[in-house]
Ligand binder design. Structure first.
Ligand SMILES: [Zn+2]
Length: 321
């Protein structure tokens, strides 16, 4: 069985392989799915076809537009990551002996009943070292996803991140590692961004206060903080909690020059329709106090490429399309 430190280092190796500025949720979502299975006491290896539907659902909700099409990639490619220390594949030899680059198709993975999961030594450590599974899961969530989405992903997987109150060897190591290596946030970012937009949501104008304090108002990073987005006003938006979450889910984006709100064609609003959320489509945001605080095109381009669920709805003229 591997030690807590060895397991955490193996997962970190995968994390470090991510290029700065690139948001690729496939591997972390598969790892989180596999962690949830271990936590639920399920078998070490699972057939691709058994997890395919959930993996697809996760990628549709939390990934960029085309993510779900390549849902089988991590199931295959994780085996060559982290020096092969983190993922075991099992199935017919003619498939497993392929070069790592020759990814089997969705159909091949299904038809040949390819199974995968954590290797025995990692699986045992995750099942037996108190707090380790939660530490790995927390680190994966924090390394790849903004805080607005972390709890939703855990909830969708039924992954419990709380560590039962039981002091044992290894628990301390897990807890310590859970918060290691986070990039420091500038504590002034929130105040500066909210002030730039006069303490209201730049999409809907929400500006509730509790006494002197804004309530339910957040400073969003356009390019996410954990993938290198800087703590400066041109990378920030003042958004109510709802619009912050919708923005991080890729439900809407902003035009790079005119800063009009563009909703995704995938966003469908039923009964409320144009009186509801979609009324903001095509409207310019409430501008910040001066031009130097406006969202910069490079960060909006990052959002469109990595987060927004393309294609966008058409924007015609200055009013709602
Ligand atoms: Zn709002």
């Amino acid at each position: 069985m591997k030690s807590a430190i060895e397991v955490l280092e193996a997962f970190d190796h995968i994390r470090r392989a991510q290029r700065a500025g690139v948001y690729a949720p496939h591997k972390p979502l598969l790892i989180l799915l596999a962690l949830a299975r271990v936590q639920h006491g399920e078998a070490r290896l699972v057939e691709f076809s058994e997890v395919e539907a959930l993996l697809k659902e996760l990628l549709v909700e939390f990934g960029p537009s085309s993510a779900a099409k390549s849902r089988h990639y991590p199931f295959w490619h994780l085996a060559t990551d982290g020096r092969g220390a983190l993922w075991d594949l099992s199935g017919p030899r003619e498939i497993l002996q392929r070069p790592a680059g020759a990814t089997p198709s969705l159909g091949e993975l299904r038809d040949h009943h390819i199974k995968a999961g954590f290797p025995v030594d990692v699986d045992e450590a995750l099942r037996h070292i108190h707090g380790l599974l939660q530490a790995v899961a927390t680190r994966m969530l924090e390394a790849y996803f903004p805080s607005t989405l972390q709890a939703d992903i855990a909830a969708m997987l039924g992954l419990d991140l709380s560590v039962p109150d039981q002091v044992q060897e290894g628990a301390a190591a897990g807890a310590e590692y859970a918060t290691a290596e986070r990039r420091r946030r500038d504590p002034g970012f929130r105040e500066r961004v909210l002030r730039a937009y006069e303490f209201r949501c730049c999409v809907c104008g929400f500006d509730l206060r509790i006494g002197p304090l804004p309530a339910g108002l957040e400073a969003a990073h356009i390019q996410w903080h954990h993938v290198g987005g800087p703590d400066i006003e041109p990378n920030g938006l003042s958004l109510c909690a709802l619009h912050h979450k919708l923005f991080d889910l890729g439900v809407f984006t902003l035009e790079p020059a005119e800063h009009r709100v563009v909703f995704s064609q995938h966003a469908i609003s039923g009964a409320r329709g144009m009186e509801g959320e979609l009324q903001f489509h095509g409207r310019p945001i409430h501008a910040p106090q001066h031009a130097g605080l406006r969202p910069a095109p490079e960060y909006l381009a990052w959002n469109q490429k990595n987060v927004f669920k393309t294609p966008g709805r058409r924007v015609t003229g200055p009013g709602p399309a």
